[in-house]
Design a protein. Sequence first.
Length: 240
Amino acid sequence: MTHEPDVTESGTGRPGHEPIFNIPNVVLAMLLVMVALQVALESLLPRAAVLEIYLQGAFISERYALSPSGQGGAYFWSPVTYSLLHGGYAHLALNSFWLAAFGSVVARRIGWARFLVFWVLSALASAALFLAFHWGDQNIMVGASGVVSALMGAAARFAFGFGSGFRRDRAHLNPRLSIVQSLKNRMVVGFLVVWFGINFLAFIGFSFGIADAAIAWEAHVGGFLFGFLAFALFDPMRRD
């Protein structure tokens, strides 16, 4: 491992301003966008506008079994915009909690620009695996769960270090583990077992009391695998 300067929120190694509530500004911005959208959908907009936003912004599997001609821009942007919409305040609160926890660690590591690219690509990866299991269905998917899962997968590659445990304030400075090293790390393996166990319960029908809608475990798995396997492409800290 070569010596690298401390990676700050800007990803440049230069000292940066302390983020509000110790959350990097890019993560805070995404949280505020999601909260603002949910407040507008729940309290400010007429029902017709709410339905149109979900129709245009949600990921709908059936859309991709049809020709893109005549479908408008939603065919192209909904595989990303769905990650900003939620099915209610409980859904939003759960995703926001885990986004603040794991998104903060990853954002400090890779900087805001890479973080935004990571968000877009992980949303696409999550939607792609969901689509593979629901091709042509009328399923409607919303929520940042797939992106959050990708952030969890990315964090698993560095946040636990070489058996040194997890320190929220220093985790982003740990060396990156290879995939093989990650799978030999007891803390990472334990994290993977718990994470995949929870999603297996979702697969067999548990909803954990979060919402009446089914949990899109396929999107979770797609996101997690993307974050875990592709993190090195975003990591500014080099390996020997």
